[in-house]
Design a protein around this ligand. Sequence first.
Ligand SMILES: [Zn+2]
Length: 136
Amino acid sequence: MSAQATRTVTGACHCGAVKFRARLKDPALAHRCNCSMCDASGFVGVIVPADAFELLTDPAALTEYRFNTGTARHWFCATCGVKSFYRPRSNPDGYNLNLNCLTLDPGHIVQIEDFDGRNWEAHAADLRHLSKPASE
Ligand SMILES: [Zn+2]
């Protein structure tokens, strides 16, 4: 069995106070979610394991918003307000990266699927595997 191809991508907020690096699968899977939060902010997410993510800038540049169960940690750039990544309730052991904030290599394939976050309880388990460490 051959390991699935991965590519390193960089991500940033609008002003650059928040920058990160991550390893994504190729092809990668992104979700366009219709929950109240993603819908309002236009977030298209790529979930990765924690060990595939590295924040390159000072965590103090981020401000946090929590609601409902408080499990998800929504982090926004305190300067420009862009949410470039966050810790999702479905995968509290990983990160959800904003596809719109990523710089991808040419040819890096990202498939975008709809996710029914308005019926989160019924569908969240479908996302669990996305934050498993690559070695598993
Ligand atoms: Zn910013």
